[in-house]
Design a protein. Structure first.
Length: 226
């Protein structure tokens, strides 16, 4: 089909770690590459690495996502963790804090994995398998139609700080909603108030360009000119 015989001995783990990741390194930022590497090492290799790349199917990936969603969540009574889940748990780092007498060592990450994180894992794997098709290591992407877990519940609807809502908040101390948005006038008043603040330029940038919290908190001083 492609004029090239598929390598039927290539394992998924070897492909991800020794072929795909090194090929992506130059085109990704350092932080994105580190995130891709973590996803490969914590989820994709433990879950799928033992399978031959040409044998990878959607059912394997669906089982992986189901196991990921079970991490740090209680299993139903009488249910033992699957082999997939055990492999995922084995590679998770232990906490390095000093233990009390008689206290057992615990994993560093104790929170469940969110559906949003699973979608990111899926995006990374999808990209890796699309690249395998382009590089003629696969004839088609086996997970092209796999759906990831949905986020339960509705997202909070942002509310504007109207005059009435501000007055009510001042009277009761109760915020109208979990996500509140300033008006342009309120934003200007805030910036005027902090005009002498050392990081004024950064607040100004956030207000007018909509930087995410992580983009601001992760900004290195070497890359900052106020």
């Amino acid at each position: 089909m492609h004029g090239r015989q598929l390598d039927r001995s290539l394992k998924t783990g070897a492909y991800l770690e020794t072929i795909w990741l090194p090929a992506k390194k130059e085109s990704l930022s350092a932080s994105t590459f580190a995130d891709y590497t973590e996803i490969v090492q914590l989820y994709l290799v433990p879950g799928l690495g033992h399978l031959k790349l040409v044998d990878l199917r959607d059912k394997h990936v669906i089982a992986l996502y189901e196991a990921i969603m079970q991490i740090n969540r209680p299993l139903p009574d009488g249910t033992k963790p699957s082999e997939m889940l055990r492999r995922l748990l084995e590679v998770r780092a232990y906490s390095t804090r000093q233990l009390k007498v008689g206290e057992a060592r615990r994993r560093k990450q104790t929170k469940p994995i969110s559906p949003t994180r699973v979608r990111k894992i899926h995006a990374v794997l999808l990209s890796a398998l699309n690249w395998a098709v382009k590089s003629k290591r696969l004839r088609e992407n086996p997970i092209a139609h796999v759906e990831t877990p949905r986020v339960r519940g509705r997202r909070a609807k942002p509310l504007v700080w109207t005059t009435e809502r501000v007055q009510r908040w001042q009277e009761t101390g109760k915020v109208p909603g979990p996500v509140m948005v300033w008006t342009p006038a309120q934003t200007g008043a805030f910036l005027d108030f902090i005009a002498d603040e050392r990081l004024y330029a950064l607040f100004h940038l956030v207000a007018f360009r909509g930087l995410r919290r992580a983009e601001v908190a992760g900004l290195a001083w070497a890359d900052t000119d106020l």
